[in-house]
Design a protein around this ligand. Structure first.
Ligand code: 13P
Ligand code: SF4
Length: 311
């Protein structure tokens, strides 16, 4: 059986199971194209959090990484939330164990804790407000200027927010994304020399020296919207290469170049790419792996997300 035929039949199974289960498929822009093609909604972490809340079916299939599915569950406690691959984690989540955050809060009880959505539900439950890469500046600006802030866990996004807000009283956790943090300015320089007419769009999880070279900085969806709408015909994209799918659909005549990262010579998130069509079908069929969280933690973790959504 050819791979193409095999995929076509898996896709049909997924669509039939989706109807049967009254499910919605949410996919992050970093998913494989074949998964994005089947999704009801494709988006960045903020858009998917919002969509998860508006949906009125019974099952949410979250094609992304575990913390994103946890967020969907927090906003939809009565719905079943499943993921294709339970091991699809995130280096930012791993860089902020909840015990360490609790210890920080004991030492610095006056700090307002702003946590990036790329954190565990347990960390969210210890946070005052959540942010995403799209609204981090707005979230920090919403906190009274005299209050000290802890921004966790992404050091690059934190530094970018500090620079944009001019906030002196902001401490930043030392976590990083294993994909964006290893995008190197010297490789970007080499790519710019190959494509001198191209502009640069970067995700704020990139190092400061990469952001300093960017013509546009934004979340994954913001990058897609900006590059599709802009007059420029060529872009160097400093984020995960899954965004190519929507970029090329939105602007078929334009050219998009991706810069490999230092560690794996690619620009793919190894966690996001654990999801496959077959795993997507199996999770719809078996309604597992399923996100379950303790009720008390869910209540405490939902509050800072709702504060963000209300902004
Ligand atoms: P977005 O907020 O742009 O979706 O980013 C999430 C993420 O994991 C980036 O690596
Ligand atoms: Fe986490 Fe980075 Fe992967 Fe995003 S790209 S899910 S921040 S490891």
């Amino acid at each position: 059986m050819s791979a193409v035929f095999l995929h076509a039949s898996v896709q049909e199974e997924i669509l039939a199971l989706k109807r049967e289960r009254k499910a919605i498929i949410l996919a992050h822009h970093y998913q494989e194209s074949e998964i994005q093609e089947l999704a009801d909604v494709i988006g960045d972490s903020l858009e998917l959090a919002r969509k998860a809340k508006q949906f009125d079916g019974e099952v949410i299939v979250f094609c992304g990484v575990w913390f994103m599915a946890e967020t969907a569950k927090l906003l939809n406690p009565e719905r079943i939330v499943v993921v294709p691959e339970a091991k699809a984690g995130c280096s930012l989540v791993d860089s902020c164990p909840v015990e360490q955050l609790r210890a920080f809060k004991q030492r610095h009880p006056d700090h307002v804790v702003v946590s990036y959505i790329n954190t565990s539900a347990a960390v969210k439950a210890e946070s005052d407000i959540i942010c995403t890469s799209r609204n981090a500046v707005q979230v920090v600006n919403s906190i009274p200027a005299e209050k000290p802030v802890l921004f966790c866990p992404d050091i690059n996004l934190g530094n970018y927010v500090k620079q944009q807000t001019g906030r002196g009283n902001m401490r930043i956790w030392q976590g990083a994304c294993i994909v964006h943090a290893t995008f190197a300015a010297r490789r970007l320089t080499a790519t710019k020399m190959e494509h001198p007419g191209a502009l640069v769009a970067a995700h704020p999880e990139c190092p400061a020296e990469v952001l300093a070279m960017a013509d546009y900085i934004g979340s994954t969806s913001a990058i897609i919207e900006h590059c599709v709408k802009s007059e420029a015909g060529e872009w160097i994209i400093m984020t995960e290469s899954g965004v190519r799918h929507s970029l090329e659909k939105g602007a078929p005549g334009k050219k998009f170049y991706f810069v490999a990262n230092e560690n794996c010579n690619c620009s793919e998130c190894p966690f996001m790419r654990m999801n496959t069509l077959e795993k997507l079908r199996d999770c719809l069929e078996g309604l597992a792996p399923r996100v379950t969280l303790p009720v008390g933690m869910m209540e405490r973790a939902r509050l800072p997300i709702e504060r963000m959504l209300a902004l």
